[in-house]
Design a protein around this ligand. Structure first.
Ligand SMILES: [Zn+2]
Length: 255
């Protein structure tokens, strides 16, 4: 008895997405092998149809990309730029503007997405597998609606004396510093390694997927912390700024 298993409801998993097999019949990841012939094999055609049916016509490009491996520029990433650090593609998304009470001026967030591992097993042993693929570190800046990114930053980078003498005082500059921090962190800290391998039992393999996903969460958390210290806790610190607004919150290490 064998079987091909793709954990998770969708092939592309975003950072801390819970990997819980069996929540959906939809699997967007094609089995290992070459695709891209002109006539779609029956299974791919069916999967594509299913994917579009479930996610909607607006996500047709996404489905084609996931199932057929066709790279199309998605509307939301039209002007994104990317670079590569080891196995990880870094994608800078175009800025977003949102009416979000949690955002004061701007916020720059890292997230990781990837195509989830899949495996084949005979009886209870994994005899072949695909590891996580197409790992991307996605960096997205979101400004509060109505904010002008050219406005001065209230704290952190943008308020240090070197920044001020160089004329780098805008919110946009501050958010850009966060993005650079994330890339720096990725360069300086080895990326979590997936420990799934042939010979593991099915539950051990699932555990390896779970552990890797947890390691990614930790990695992102540490990456964020590195950036807070580097970009929010210099010059006029975020804590000094908060206190000047009557908010007692401590983000920076107490000296
Ligand atoms: Zn900041």
């Amino acid at each position: 008895m064998g079987g091909y298993r793709i954990p998770g409801p969708m092939c592309r998993v975003r950072n801390q997405a819970e990997i819980d097999e069996g929540t959906s019949a939809l699997t967007c990841t094609p089995p290992p092998g070459v695709i891209g012939t002109r006539t779609l094999p029956y299974r791919e055609a069916t999967e594509l149809h299913e994917c579009i049916k479930i996610l909607g016509e607006g996500n047709a490009a996404y489905c084609r990309r996931e199932i057929l491996g066709i790279r199309e520029s998605l509307g939301s990433t039209r002007s994104s730029t990317s670079l590569r650090v080891g196995a990880v593609e870094v994608v800078f998304m175009p800025d977003n503007f949102r009416d979000d009470p949690d955002i004061l001026g701007g916020k720059t967030r890292p997230s990781i997405d990837y195509i989830s591992p899949g495996f084949h097993h005979v009886v209870n042993k994994v005899d072949r597998y695909t590891g996580p693929k197409e790992i991307r570190l996605i960096i997205q800046t979101t400004y509060k609606l109505g904010i002008n990114p050219k406005d001065p930053s209230g704290y952190g980078r943008g308020t240090t004396s070197p920044d001020r003498s160089a004329g780098n005082t805008s919110l946009a500059f501050h958010e850009q510093c966060h993005g650079e921090d994330f890339v720096q962190y990725l360069k300086d800290h080895s990326f979590p390694k997936f420990e799934g391998r042939i010979g593991l039992t099915v539950s051990q393999f699932r555990q390896a997927i779970h552990d890797w996903s947890a390691a990614l969460d930790m990695y992102l958390k540490d990456m964020n912390r590195f950036s807070e210290i580097n970009t929010d806790c210099v010059g006029t610190t975020i804590d000094q700024y908060s206190r000047s607004k009557g908010i007692n919150k401590t983000v920076c290490p107490v000296k």
